[in-house]
Design a protein around this ligand. Structure first.
Ligand code: NDP
Length: 453
């Protein structure tokens, strides 16, 4: 059926979202991620029959393939445990599937469909040849012994390895999948295939990993923030920053903010947040890195160690700040929290986490003309350096830290430029629109070139 040209943009939006919700019932996070993109893409394609008649957005919201499998493993007491594993291969129009694995008790198909959809746009924005995917499991590594995590990772990879490969699909880490898990997953893949290839990124430096990968997402999100500030003639020096999370993205965002002269006054985890009015310094950050990566403890211990206040069960958005960086998880800033941030004088938000801001909260920021960097642009630095890790693995060489830092900085600046190009709206930049359109065009053009597939 050809496109109904009599429909207005609003009617087309309604038709499109109704169809999406009918085909994907009860997947609210997926609906939210698609709605946010459709709001800018549908008006844009409305006047471009080439994309519209080829139904590109409909095709992009139907993943190429979804793999779901049972993962059985034994805990330390010999009990049999059962989890569910997934890989959602969303779109490989511009390169092999690429995206992280998340191990968290909340993981379900809706989470992974939203993440793989976002990843498709994000990977396109990097300018590197990578398609979009995401995977994971409802397995919760928290409180498990190293041996239990190893047995789970080995069982998970045994089910996944047939579907991935260095030219097919290259997973990486995400929430709950850090250096330890990547080591176990890669080790099992190597054992099963008798191959040493760049099939996973985020690897240890001893076995094919890349310098700067660990830092890349947090650093990249701060570089994007720096470019937004520059665009408005502002500087990072002296700004007060509020961060959520205390994992990979949050800690390296904090490190780069500090290096650029900002004062970071909060960190959080799923049990609450700490407020340190004097700001973090190198020693305090090293304490957090050891706490989270070695002892696997709670952020409340920071409050005890440095005599600051811990706010149990709360998020940090009521703390007055110039800059806010949500770096924990999806939907962690709601409308009321956005209003408080605006009221307290926040001027810019850069999303380190994926989709941390609810749609109503984004509207609050946009109405207040606050600079708002959506995750698909702001946190693309991680996957960009993963792409560079893939290149190094294929070439069997290792680039230096300086070289990789330079490439990361250039990639983030290019993403910012593309968002400005497609998002300029009078005297302000709509970064949401800019990121969506810039990410869409490259994937859409490749899909058009392939015909109807
Ligand atoms: P980590 O597992 O290293 O850290 C996650 C942090 O977020 C922890 O402090 C965790 O607290 C907190 N958190 C997780 N779930 C919740 C929740 N439901 N409520 C409150 N706090 C929560 O993950 P990353 O830092 O790697 O990832 C953080 C975000 O960044 C995610 O959205 C991820 O998709 C995104 N991202 C990550 C990239 C990467 O390179 N790592 C790349 C691009 C995006 P606790 O320990 O208590 O669970």
């Amino acid at each position: 059926m050809s496109y109904d040209e009599t429909l207005s943009v609003e009617q087309e939006m309604e038709r499109f979202m109704k169809g999406l919700i009918r085909r994907n019932p009860c997947e609210e996070e997926f609906h939210q991620a698609v709605h946010e993109v459709a709001t800018t893409i549908i008006p844009w394609v409305h006047d471009r029959p080439l994309y519209r008649n080829a139904r590109i957005l409909e095709r992009m919201t139907e993943p190429d393939r979804i793999i779901s499998f049972r993962v059985c493993w034994e805990d330390d007491n010999g009990n049999v445990r059962v989890n569910r594993g997934y890989r959602v291969q969303c779109n490989n129009a511009i390169g092999p599937y690429k995206g992280g694995l998340r191990f968290h008790h909340s993981v379900n198909l809706s989470t992974l469909k939203f993440l793989s959809f976002e990843q498709t746009f994000k990977n396109s924005l990097t300018g590197l040849p990578m398609g979009g995917a995401k995977g994971g499991s409802d397995f919760n590594p928290k409180g498990k012994s190293d041996h239990e995590v190893m047995r789970f990772c080995q069982a998970f990879m045994t089910l996944l390895f047939n579907h991935i490969g260095a030219d097919i699909d290259i997973p990486a880490g995400d929430i709950g999948v850090g250096a330890r898990e990547i080591g176990y997953l890669f080790g099992q893949h190597k054992r099963l295939t008798n191959e040493f290839t760049g099939v996973i990124t985020g690897k240890g430096l001893e076995y094919g990993g890349s310098l700067v990968r660990q830092e890349a997402t947090g650093y990249g999100a701060v570089y994007f923030l720096e470019d937004m500030l520059k665009e408005r003639g502002q500087e990072m020096e002296g700004k007060v920053a509020v961060i959520s999370g205390s994992g990979n993205v949050a800690t390296f965002a904090a490190k780069k903010l500090m290096a650029l002269g900002a004062k970071v006054v909060t960190l959080s985890d799923s049990s609450g947040y700490i407020h340190d009015p004097d700001g973090l310094n190198e020693d305090k950050l090293n304490f957090v890195l050891e706490l989270k990566n070695v002892r696997r403890g709670r952020i409340s211990e920071y409050a005890d160690a440095f005599n600051v206040k811990f706010y149990p069960g709360e998020r940090p958005w009521s703390v007055p700040c110039d800059l806010a960086m949500p770096c924990a998880t999806q939907n962690e800033i709601n409308k009321q929290e956005a209003e408080i941030l605006v009221k307290n004088g926040c001027i810019a938000v850069s999303e380190g986490a994926n989709m941390p801001t609810e749609e109503e909260a984004i509207s609050v920021f946009q109405q207040a003309k606050l600079m708002f960097a959506p995750s698909k642009a702001a946190n693309a630095g991680g996957v960009a350096v993963s792409g560079l890790e893939m290149s190094q693995n294929s070439l069997r060489i290792s680039w230096t830290e300086d070289e990789l830092n330079r490439q990361l900085r250039d990639i983030m600046a290019r993403i910012h430029d593309r968002c400005v190009e497609h998002g300029r709206d009078g005297d302000r930049i709509d970064y949401v629109k800019g990121a969506n359109i810039a990410g869409f065009i490259k994937v859409a053009d490749a899909m058009l070139a392939y015909g109807v597939v």
